[in-house]
Every structure is written in structure tokens, then in C-alpha cells.
Design a protein around this ligand. Structure first.
Ligand SMILES: NC(=O)c1ccc[n+]([C@@H]2O[C@H](COP(=O)([O-])OP(=O)(O)OC[C@H]3O[C@@H](n4cnc5c(N)ncnc54)[C@H](OP(=O)(O)O)[C@@H]3O)[C@@H](O)[C@H]2O)c1
Length: 243
């Protein structure tokens, strides 16, 4: 008897910032679910190569996501190499901590160029490629910080709240062929927690931090779901957004 095939079997999915940490976890999980994964990276070439080898990736693409020209070139290269794109996971982001009175224009632009502007232009370029071949699935990684205010991360929170609204607006604009959803992670540590993160974990109803695998499972759900699921934000945060 044939095994039922996964909804991701053979799907070509680009994961941005896939060399390390959450992005790497997403790439490995999607690959184990049968997807053909494309690895995007910025500066972490060696780690990207290791992730690509481990998930038998269909390709590796370097782009500085601050640059719309580099984003456009990356999607043109994907079209040239593969002729299509079925899924896009906008995972790459930056995170800094400042009191709002100390944030400079450069600090603001540093965060927004990647966390919000690049997500929009990746959706635009990826969406155009998906539409040429019948449609696709976009998953934007936002954050609990886009749902709840964090005093020393006002700039980051604003960028992630922007990702959440972008997800909803693009879900309307790109329907019915392309769905756009978002996963909003809570605390996903990779090493020792600072005092602030420790306090967040203590306040989490699940009484623990989360893992990249748990974020990846939510991403895989949206990538495999029908087009009746769009514009949705799934917090994967152990219930912390409920407090
Ligand atoms: N970890 C958490 O606790 C947590 C909590 C809430 C939300 N999130 C969200 O989940 C996602 C993944 O989190 P993470 O902690 O794994 O992220 P991360 O390690 O801070 O960043 C992921 C990757 O983004 C890429 N990136 C950043 N700026 C770039 C640029 N200009 N051009 C190209 N690539 C760039 C980097 O790739 P290279 O290394 O190749 O340059 C980096 O490895 C992010 O969207 C984050 O905001 C994470």
C-alpha cells in the first residue's frame, strides 16, 4: 500500500536566513516533510552550506536583504534555476535593544530594512514568481513582540507589528492563488537566556521556552494548508501572548 504523501512533497520552498537557529530548524523540518528546500543566507556561508547538505537542499542563494536589487536578483536566479517557486518563508530578521530615547535613525533603519522592508519585497518578488505557475504559500515569521509591547524594543516591535499587518493586507491582495500567513514565535533560545528572557519564560503558561522545531511545525502547517487558511497569525509562544 502506498504511504499517503505529505502536502509538502516535492514543493520548492525558499527559507530566508536559513543557515542557523530558527531558519535552519525550519529548513530541516520542511526537508524531512518532503519539500525541496532553497537556502537563503546573508553572511553565514559555512553554516548555510552545512544546513543545505543536511537537508539535501535544491539550492543556496546569498543576498543582502537590505537591498531590493539583491532581493530581485535572488528571485530571478531562482526562476532561472528552477522555473517556479511554491513556498516562501520570510524568516531572516534583526534584533537590537535600546531605550527609545537612544535610538538613532541608523538604529531604526537597521531593523526596518530587514524586518519589514525586505519581507515586503520578498513577498512581492516571490509572489510574482508563484503567480506565474498557479499560486503558492507565503509564511512570514513575525514575533510575540509584534503582538505585545516590549519597552526596550519599540523599534523591533513596530517592525514585527508591520509584518503582521503586511501579512493580512497581502493575504487579501494575493488571494485566491497565494496564501499569506504568519507564525509569531515566543522565546526560542539558542544558549543562555538573559534576565529579560528568563522572566518571560517564567511567565509562560507552558512553563518553558520553545524550540525551532515547534516554529517549523507551524510553518509546515501553513505551507501545506488549503487556500481557505489565509491572513492568519499563529502565536507559537506557550501561551505567553495570553497574559
Ligand atoms: N529566537 C527568538 O527567540 C525569536 C523570538 C521571536 C521571533 N523570532 C523571529 O524568528 C525569526 C528567526 O529568529 P532567529 O533568532 O533564528 O533569527 P536570527 O538568528 O537573529 O537571524 C536569522 C538570520 O537572518 C539573517 N539576516 C539578518 N539580516 C540579514 C540581511 N541584511 N541579509 C540577509 N540575511 C540577513 C541572518 O543570516 P546570515 O547569518 O546568513 O547573515 C541570520 O542568520 C526572526 O524573524 C525573528 O525575529 C525569534
Amino acid at each position: 500500500m502506498n504511504q499517503p504523501s505529505s502536502p509538502l512533497s516535492g514543493k520548492l520552498v525558499l527559507v530566508t536566513g536559513a543557515a542557523k537557529r530558527v531558519g535552519r530548524g525550519i529548513a530541516l523540518h520542511l526537508s524531512s516533510a518532503g519539500a525541496r528546500v532553497l537556502i537563503h543566507y546573508g553572511s553565514s556561508e559555512a553554516e548555510a552550506r552545512r544546513t543545505a547538505e543536511e537537508c539535501g537542499a535544491a539550492g543556496m542563494y546569498r543576498a543582502n536583504l537590505e537591498s531590493v536589487a539583491e532581493i530581485t536578483q535572488m528571485f530571478a536566479a531562482i526562476e532561472r534555476d528552477h522555473g517556479r517557486l511554491d513556498g516562501l518563508v520570510n524568516n531572516a530578521a534583526r534584533f537590537t535593544r535600546f531605550h527609545p530615547f537612544d535610538i538613532t535613525e541608523a538604529d531604526w533603519d537597521f531593523i526596518h530594512a530587514v524586518n519589514l522592508k525586505s519581507v515586503f519585497f520578498c513577498c512581492q518578488q516571490g509572489g510574482k514568481l508563484m503567480r506565474k505557475h498557479g499560486g503558492g504559500r507565503i509564511v512570514n515569521i513575525s514575533s510575540l513582540g509584534g503582538l505585545r509591547p516590549w519597552a526596550e524594543h519599540a523599534h523591533y516591535c513596530a517592525s514585527k507589528a508591520g509584518v503582521i499587518m503586511l501579512t493580512k493586507a497581502l493575504a487579501k491582495a494575493l488571494a485566491p492563488g497565494i496564501t499569506v500567513n504568519s507564525v509569531a514565535p515566543g522565546v526560542i533560545p539558542f544558549g543562555a537566556l538573559d534576565e529579560r528572557a528568563e522572566a518571560m519564560v517564567r511567565a509562560t503558561p507552558a512553563q518553558r521556552a520553545g524550540t525551532a522545531e515547534e516554529i517549523a511545525e507551524a510553518v509546515a502547517y501553513f505551507l501545506g494548508a488549503s487556500n481557505f487558511v489565509t491572513g492568519q497569525i499563529m502565536a507559537v509562544d506557550g501561551g505567553l501572548s495570553l497574559r
